[in-house]
Write a new protein. Structure first.
Length: 142
């Protein structure tokens, strides 16, 4: 192998190896942004990007009875929020939880603190301002 070929091939091989290692070690299950795995039972936090008209991520997995904090950043133009339908899985009932502030402006941030129900469920979430587009699911597991 010539000196010039070695000068190109060895750094390229090193870069490829590092990229493959990062891919193998990184990743996740798509629940993104959590401050822990969401299923250990300890309190968990999720970072959620709000856009016009979506949440990213929009699926979350938590344990039954687990305390959850969602941290929102509105990266869209429109006002957004998040409403969790609660254990009854119906909106506009007493067990709903709503982001604070209720109206998160463009560039703004907010939070929502919530405790998962004590039984397994798939709880619906949505934006009050974009209820058919900005939606998601919280999977409550044992």
């Amino acid at each position: 192998m010539t000196r010039a070929a070695r000068a190109v091939i060895l750094p390229a091989a090193l870069i490829i190896s590092v990229c493959l290692l990062a891919l193998a070690c990184g990743g996740g299950d798509g629940d993104g942004g959590g401050s822990n795995d969401g299923v250990s039972g300890d309190p968990v936090g999720f970072d959620v990007s709000m856009g016009d008209n979506f949440y990213k991520p929009n699926q979350f997995t938590v344990k039954a009875g687990q305390k959850v904090t969602f941290h929102f950043k509105n990266e869209g133009i429109a006002i957004h929020n998040m409403r969790i339908s609660g254990a009854d899985n119906k909106y506009e009932t007493e067990d709903d939880a709503l982001s604070d502030p209720r109206m998160i402006p463009s560039g703004g941030t907010g939070t929502l603190e919530w405790t998962a129900p004590d039984k397994t469920a798939e709880i619906k979430v949505r934006c009050e301002f974009h209820p058919t587009d900005s939606t998601g699911i919280i999977k409550v597991v044992k």
